[in-house]
Design a protein around this ligand. Structure first.
Ligand SMILES: Cc1cc2nc3c(=O)[nH]c(=O)nc-3n(C[C@H](O)[C@H](O)[C@H](O)COP(=O)(O)OP(=O)(O)OC[C@H]3O[C@@H](n4cnc5c(N)ncnc54)[C@H](O)[C@@H]3O)c2cc1C
Ligand SMILES: NC(=O)c1ccc[n+]([C@@H]2O[C@H](COP(=O)([O-])OP(=O)(O)OC[C@H]3O[C@@H](n4cnc5c(N)ncnc54)[C@H](O)[C@@H]3O)[C@@H](O)[C@H]2O)c1
Length: 450
């Protein structure tokens, strides 16, 4: 088949962070592009992930602000919270963003198919409507789906997908998992007045983050009233006569709640896509195996984002999509650097990190120097809120180079974005020390650590 015999230069399956960026940039490079999306353009991040989640985090934080404001002289009579009002405002903004993402693709002449796509030949895609098209290059950008434990009654639980659409705030919530989604939604539900219990099959939360920072979040979360049950594996969920959910688990008593949220990881969305049938290699968890240019074992099939299970974060998926388009359709072959990627957990308070944890640095480098600042933010002092923040800086003892920064503090993710540049640029503790503080801020602790 010659190049002109294909319907498209690129067919992208999945209109999320990775797929949208790749398709838009490929089209801007002059390619004829089509994209299939089976749910809503924008994908997880925009429709039922980062964006609506962050809006709920903002909404939740008012609970504490309204409490604290009295210490600052304000009195607010008759304050109350209306979940449906917030939910609908958030969903309306999601609709707006969905429209903008769709418009961007249309403005770049990307042809959209609002339906499920499957591979039915090396260069052939079949849409749910039965339409068959061909493409010279194919990009898999199908994201990931929530992992649901295989226990009796699991269909009675929800995932983060449904959490954004609840009819009412549940009075009692059980969240399964100890990762990002579990800790973020625990904060959200707790601030909105639900009684939250996190159950986790291991005895650590947020594996991968620095131990001292994780411990601080655990301590503060417990202080705020969130219960934790560790080494608890799901046995099952049963509906009681009064409509509640009775959850049984290993090592702990049964617990009656009104809502069970599974936050037990997300698995690559690659089932029934026809990938293996055309010879694309998948890993043990269904992830599409790719090289540093996001190319699969077939020269014309690429994959980006969560379906490759490299780092499941939006900015990473976007970069992978951009690099793919520049490599294949531009004149700039580029691979994404997955090292030293900064991240944040939007818990209450949030955590942010870049680089190695203290434990990782000790294992990898041997000699490390650890600097830290453990302080009560000024606002918390006046508010009488006994919540301390913690900053840690990990340096290579040999050359003073900063190899990791870890924070738990109000606005930690905002501070971390700037600090991450310094770590990526391999700056040293001395470079930070040479920078004059901005006073009074929390961020000044970054240049004052001892
Ligand atoms: C609750 C939650 C909160 C999150 N918060 C953050 C955060 O704060 N910061 C952050 O960086 N990351 C966050 N993430 C992760 C982030 O959303 C993902 O890493 C990112 O969306 C991945 O982009 P993607 O393009 O790989 O996949 P997605 O955005 O998931 O897009 C894949 C798209 O493909 C579509 N699709 C799948 N199969 C087919 C098919 N066969 N045919 C047609 N269409 C198909 C899907 O419907 C979906 O729209 C969060 C995730 C969740 C679930
Ligand atoms: N702020 C952010 O950037 C953000 C927010 C939400 C989600 N995300 C992305 O989405 C991904 C998915 O989030 P998540 O919180 O579901 O996953 P996660 O990987 O952060 O946490 C999964 C948790 O589930 C537990 N678990 C795994 N399998 C289990 C099983 N079979 N039974 C019981 N427990 C089990 C794990 O021990 C872990 O505690 C994250 O890895 C992250 O990359 C990012």
């Amino acid at each position: 088949m010659s190049d002109t015999d294909y319907d498209y230069d690129l067919f992208t399956i999945g209109g999320g962070s990775g797929g949208v960026r790749a398709s838009r940039v490929a089209a801007a490079h002059g390619a004829k592009v089509a994209l299939a999306e089976e749910y809503r353009i924008g994908g997880t991040c925009v429709i039922r992930g980062c964006v609506p989640k962050k809006m709920l985090v903002y909404g939740a934080h008012f609970a504490e602000d309204l409490e604290d404001c009295e210490k600052f002289g304000w009195s607010i009579e008759g304050k109350s919270f209306d979940w449906v009002k917030l939910r609908d405002a958030v969903l309306a903004d999601v609709d707006r963003l969905n429209g903008l993402y769709t418009e961007t693709l249309e403005n770049h002449d990307v042809e959209l198919f609002h339906e499920k796509a499957r591979l039915t030949g090396e260069h052939e895609i079949t849409l749910a409507s039965g339409k068959v098209v061909t493409a010279k290059h194919i990009l898999i950008a199908t994201g990931a789906t929530p992992r649901i434990p295989d226990c009796p009654g699991h269909e009675l639980g929800i995932t983060s997908n449904e959490a954004f659409h609840l009819d009412e705030m549940p009075r009692r919530v059980l969240i399964a998992g100890g990762g990002y989604i579990a800790n973020e939604f625990a904060g959200i539900f707790n601030e909105f007045g639900s009684k939250v219990t996190i159950i986790n099959r291991t005895d650590v939360i947020l594996r991968g983050y620095d131990e001292a920072v994780r411990d601080r979040l655990l301590q503060i979360s417990m202080m705020k009233g969130i219960d934790f049950r560790f080494n608890a594996e799901f046995r099952g969920i049963e509906k009681t006569d009064d409509g509640a959910l009775c959850v049984s688990m290993t090592n702990h008593d049964d617990l009656e709640v009104d809502c069970v949220l599974f936050a037990t990881g997300r698995v690559p969305h690659t089932k029934d896509l026809g990938l293996q049938e055309i010879g694309v290699e998948l890993g043990d968890h269904g992830e599409v195996l790719v090289d540093r240019f996001s190319k699969t074992n077939l020269d014309h099939v690429y994959a980006v984002g969560d379906c490759t299970d490299r780092i499941q974060l939006t900015p990473v998926a976007i970069r992978e999509g951009q690099a793919f388009a520049d490599t294949v359709f531009g004149d700039k072959p580029s691979a994404v650097d997955h090292d030293c990627v900064a991240s944040a957990v939007f818990s209450h308070p949030p955590i942010a990190a870049v680089g190695m944890t203290e434990g990782e640095a000790r294992n990898k480098l041997g000699g490390v120097k650890v600097y830290q600042s453990d302080f009560r933010p000024m606002k918390n002092v006046l508010a009488g809120r006994n919540e301390r923040s913690l900053f840690k800086m990990i340096c290579d003892a040999e050359d003073d180079r900063i190899v990791g920064i870890h924070m738990i503090a109000p606005e930690a993710p905002e501070m971390m974005q700037a600090a991450a540049i310094a770590v990526k640029a391999k700056l040293t503790k001395a470079d930070f020390d040479a920078t004059t503080a901005i006073h009074p801020t929390m961020a000044e602790e970054l240049v004052l650590m001892r």
